[in-house]
Design a protein around this ligand. Structure first.
Ligand code: PLP
Length: 423
């Protein structure tokens, strides 16, 4: 079982051992009866794997985590309550006060806020650099750096990051590379194959695919040696938060996953609930079918928009005119996703009007839905940023972001046609 279309339907699950149920049951329970006192002790000691309490693990949530791990080609992982929870949870075992990460300027707006404002409260910091310049990443790394972070197909433009180049920098520095693969999904890109240590997701987007539930996931490649540099004591030395267990020593390549469960989920509590896991499991079954249609539609719409006289520019790596077209093909051979931005000649005002004129498109702060979605990033998701920061993030004032759905391309184009004509 190795093909993506097979894995998305079968990986991580089997008929329910208790009932034979073919679909993964929603285990709506908070706790699990121990066989005896000895069994309970072994579970708490990590000597035996089993269920204790649903803040830590739950069979429905675990099935989803295992399926995402299989699709990404990792060794282990956990699900979280949201994409933002996955980011904090991924960094939590690596960081401590005074430490920093080096991150790409091209990020989801909320991630930018998390890495500046929330980090400050933890005593962490983040240096933002242009990830199209590997030398700049290298220059930003110092003795206190604990991770390199970027999105694969970066918000809001769908800008393909050269993960091979970034992976080499991380490898040379002996640092884990954390890649947010939300906009690409493992169907379009498997960051671990390009050098990522950890992959994070907002499952809220394409993985669920229908705009129903919020969730996140972390996948560990199992390839990083947490003990090599002495920089990751939570994983390579006795962990005071879990009665002195040395996770790397005791669990080898599963160290990060077990730490995320036994310490991260247990103590931070950013747990996915089994209902959410159910919706996302349903969504993932058709992931590749949807992604093919998202890519096909995005290509058709981008090509049409590029020729429109009210359009200044279309930023989509799938277009032959894109400066990152070749890179996009190399890292994302199945296509560069369903997300891109359009620059209008009429600037900020026309952008706001276009959003108002569209009828088929929904004006929402979401992406990766089956429906086509639109947002003016500068006045919404990226409004906290300065003009300069917005520019660097690809969310300039004259730019509208489209998340192209899986409707008929002709209907999507007809809606844009009437909305642009009315400007
Ligand atoms: C939506 C999104 C997030 C945040 O995920 P939530 O599930 O909304 O918390 C993080 N990164 C990217 C790329 C996203 O699109």
């Amino acid at each position: 079982m190795t093909g993506f279309d097979t894995l998305q339907v079968h990986a991580g699950t089997e008929p329910d051992p208790a009932t034979g149920a073919r679909q993964v049951p929603i285990y709506q329970t908070t706790s699990y009866v121990f066989k005896d006192a000895d069994h309970a002790a072994r579970l708490f000691n990590l000597e035996e794997v089993g269920y204790i309490y649903s803040r830590l693990t739950n069979p429905t949530v675990g099935a989803l985590a295992n399926r995402i791990v299989a699709l990404e080609g990792g060794v282990g992982g956990v699900c979280t309550s949201s994409g933002h929870a996955a980011q904090i949870m991924a960094l939590y075992p690596l960081m401590s006060p005074g430490k920093n990460i080096v991150a790409s300027t091209r990020l989801y707006g909320g991630t930018y806020t998390q890495f500046t404002q929330v980090f400050k409260r933890f005593g962490w910091s983040c240096t933002f650099v242009d990830f199209d310049d590997p030398a700049a990443i290298e220059a930003a790394i110092d003795d206190d750096t604990r991770a390199i972070f970027c999105e694969s197909l970066a918000n809001p433009v769908g800008h393909p990051i050269d993960l091979d180049a970034v992976g080499k920098v991380a490898d040379k520095a002996g640092l884990p590379l954390v890649v947010d693969n939300t906009s690409a999904t493992p169907y379009l890109c498997r960051p671990i194959e390009h050098g990522a240590t950890l992959v994070v997701h907002s499952t809220t987007k394409y993985l669920t695919g229908n705009g129903t539930v919020t969730g996140g996931a972390i996948v560990d490649s199992g390839k990083f040696d947490w003990s090599a540099s002495g920089k990751f004591p939570s994983l390579s030395e006795p962990e005071p938060a879990y009665h002195g267990v040395n996770f790397h020593g005791a669990l080898g390549e599963m160290a990060f996953t077990f730490h995320s469960i036994a310490v991260g989920l247990r103590d931070l509590g950013m747990t996915m609930n089994p209902q959410a896991a159910h919706y996302t499991l349903m969504g993932i079954e058709t992931l590749s079918l949807r992604m093919r249609k998202h890519v096909e539609n995005a290509q058709a719409v981008a090509e049409w928009l590029e020729k429109h006289d009210k359009v200044a520019k279309v930023n989509y790596a799938g277009l032959a005119s894109s400066p990152v077209h070749d890179r996009g093909k190399r890292i994302f051979p199945r296509g560069t996703g369903g997300l891109f931005t359009v620059e209008l000649k009429g600037g900020y005002e026309d952008c706001v009007k276009l959003v108002g004129n569209l009828k088929l498109f929904s004006h929402v702060a979401n992406l990766g839905d089956t429906r086509s979605l639109v947002i003016h990033s500068a006045s919404t998701t990226h409004r906290q940023l300065t003009d300069e920061q917005r520019e660097a993030a690809g969310a300039s004032n004259n730019v509208v972001r489209l998340s192209i759905g899986i409707e008929d391309a002709d209907d999507i184009i007809a809606d844009l046609d009437q909305a642009l004509a009315a400007l």
